[in-house]
Structure formats: structure tokens, C-alpha cells
Write a protein that binds this ligand. Sequence first.
Ligand code: ZN
Length: 257
Amino acid sequence: MNNRRTTITHSIRTMTAFAAALAITGCGTNLLSKNDEIKLGRQAAQGIEQKYGVSNNPADNNLVQRIGQKIMAANNLEWPFTFKVLNDRSVNAVSLPGGPVYVFRGLIDATAGNVDELASVMAHEVAHVQHRHAAKQYSQAVLTDVAIQVGTGGAVQTAAQIANLFAQMSFSREDEYQADSSGIKYAYKAGYDPNGLVEFFRRLQRMEKQGSGNVISNNLRTHPLTSSRIERAEKEIAKITQTVNAERKALEMIDDK
Ligand SMILES: [Zn+2]
């Protein structure tokens, strides 16, 4: 990747800052520094939490926390991740730039105690953050939108508006494949069965066939769920588990010496 990165030292709390970012760097990807990306994610997180409400169910929260911490501990991740449950029936999960990961209550219900499925979906969202996929999208979408509003003298974007932009964001097919691959690795290294991802995809397909697809909100629906994506995930699982096992074996041999 040879994306042009520009360090923007000011806070991105206001539209002026967004507009400045656009003016300084023109168009392209990864316009924002990591710190600015984290700030933008936190702002969007406020909006998401206001919109859906954070669940206070201790069992759900403990489960999601435990999975999130295990994924973080087992992998070399460089963002300040947080893991929360949203009080909403959608079968969905969403991640925001710089670390916030949200599991909708409907996803926990739908996976019906299959922790490998839940962990695989969470690891997929973690991978979107790790690879800064949203940055590419908001470079084009959010910043363009903000620039238009600046140009037309529109109102300052609220946290809720920013949250909506992220909740409706869809990633490119390439980015989804990358998130699938990395997510499979993260989940497996953390001790989960990455076949949970494939099982979850199949579950979504069944739900859509049964007509309960209306509970699947925009985000997971726009992740293209094709049979080639599922086949690809199966191949990746075989390849990645083999690689990780070989790495583990090599480490054991070093330890034994
Ligand atoms: Zn995705």
C-alpha cells in the first residue's frame, strides 16, 4: 500500500476540521492520522450508543467482553478496542474507526449460544478496524458529504449523523475478503473454531430463505454473502489453521530446547 498519509494535528471535532482535512490532502485514502481516526470513531460511538442504547444485560456483556479480550490478547492488534452490546434485535455487528466494536443483541440471540459463531463475527469486525477499511470509505463518503455541507452552509454534523454514515457503510468485496481472512486468523489464535464464520454465513442464508431476513439490518446484508465468499472462507480456514498450527509447533520446539 502506498496510500498518501497526511498527519493532521488538529482535532476533528468540527466540520471546519473535516473541511481542512479535505483541502490539505485532496482526495485519496487514509486521509486522517491514527489519532484523528480514533477521535472520529469515538464521536460516532456516542451516536451509535444514543441511537440503539447499550445493553445492561450482564450475561451478554460478559460474553462479548470475554471474547473481545481473548481476541485482543492472542493477536497483535494496534487499536484501543472496546466491545459493547447494543439493545437492538437486528442480527448485526458493527465496528467504528479506531476500535469500538458493537454486537447487536439480535446477533447474540440468533447464534443461540454458539460462541464460535459469535467470536468469528466479532473477529471479522476487529479485522475491519485493524485494516482501517472504514478510513477508505469515509475518505470518499464522509468527507465528501461534509464538504458538500460546508459548501452549502449546512448544519454541523451531529454524532448521530456521523453514526448513521458508519452504520450504513458498506465495504468493498476485497475488504470483506480481507476481513474474513484476518478474522479467521484472529478467532483461531484466540482459541475459537473459525468454522463458526461459515456456520454463521449459512445461518444467515437460512434466515433469509425463511423470510426472517428483515431482522438482518443493512450492515450484514451489504457484506456480500455469496456462495463464492463462503467457499473462499472454507479454503482460508484450512490454510490459516495449518499455518497457525505450524507456527505453534515451531514455538514448542524452541521451548523444548
Ligand atoms: Zn465485513
